[in-house]
Design a protein. Structure first.
Length: 301
């Protein structure tokens, strides 16, 4: 069965201080997205879909897309305000796109097979791709999804706050996703949410969290297409930062009884470049993986 890897690469990387999606970070100039693609192809995926800004296409294709096309089918989708329904008037001072749910919706015309979707600027680990690929082959055509759940302690940054979808799981099924916006490790070793309490509300370091590594069938696009106009109608006047987020859509569908989501737990250590200060740590970790033989000297020629 053909299976796609959908990569969300249109984000602006505002906290990182640059275009982190295309920042060379591996020992031979690789970007994090290339590791995800390499691991996915090894696991059995045979198509890669890049969600990018329209103006990125030529340079993106030349730098990354063409070499990936030697190994797998490649397609492009474009996240822009042009895809927003006409009834919604986009504020003049809105710059950022409408989030991960909107990004994925922009790919609906180029994805017709079971697919995984993830962020371009995260490293997810080899075993996670194998598990997700196998689970995708088992999903019913409609009403089922899957996700990889990472332990919270394996996903925080020492350099600032992170946002995580904290998951409630029962019998291997996702029950609820709670977007938690200001999570950080404290000097005493605890991990806390300081969004509402300056001293921080304690979080279980082993609680599974969503890192936007999901598995869906094309049926999911019909639900995204229905939810996006509802989201736009609910935006408060003057709000230029509201986002249509995948975890929140999944949560709404589960509450409505329309979706069941299996959770694939992993002990893999996620890492990414949320902040510029994260880069040195990520470079060191990737160097170790190459030295250990997990990756060849060059991922793609």
């Amino acid at each position: 069965m053909s299976t796609s890897l959908v990569i969300m690469a249109a984000g602006m990387g505002s906290r990182y201080g640059g275009n982190k999606q295309t920042d060379s970070i591996g020992p031979n100039g690789e970007i994090l997205m290339e590791y995800s693609i390499y691991d996915a192809l090894e696991a059995g995926f045979d198509k890669v879909v890049f969600i990018i800004k329209p103006e990125m296409k030529d340079s993106f294709k030349e730098k990354f897309g063409d070499k990936i096309a030697k190994r797998a089918e490649v397609a492009y989708a474009f996240q822009s305000f042009d895809s927003v329904p006409d009834f919604y008037q986009i504020p003049e001072d809105r710059v950022k796109p409408f989030g991960t749910g909107h990004a994925l919706l922009c790919a609906k015309d180029v994805v017709n097979e079971p697919f995984a979707v993830l962020n371009a600027d995260d490293y997810y680990g080899k075993t996670a791709f194998k598990s997700l690929y196998e689970e995708l082959q088992k999903l019913a055509p409609s009403g089922e999804a899957t996700m990889v759940g990472y332990r919270l302690r394996n996903t925080v940054s020492e350099n600032g706050y992170v946002t995580r979808g904290v998951c409630s799981v029962a019998d291997g099924k996702l029950q609820r996703v709670t977007e938690t916006y200001k999570i950080k490790p404290f000097p005493d070793g605890t991990i806390r949410d300081v969004n509402y309490n300056p001293e921080g509300d304690l979080l279980d370091p082993d609680v599974p969290v969503s890192m936007n590594f999901w598995g869906f069938t094309p049926w999911f696009f019909t639900r995204l297409a229905g939810k996006f106009p509802e989201f736009l109608k609910g935006i408060k006047p003057g709000d230029i930062k509201a986002e249509f987020l995948l975890p929140e859509v999944v949560d709404e569908l589960m509450k409505a009884g329309e979706l069941t989501t299996s959770v694939l737990t992993t002990d893999a250590v996620w890492f990414g470049v949320t902040y510029h200060e994260d880069k040195e740590y990520v470079q060191h970790e990737l160097l170790k993986l190459h030295a250990r033989g997990d990756y060849p000297e060059k991922l793609f020629d």
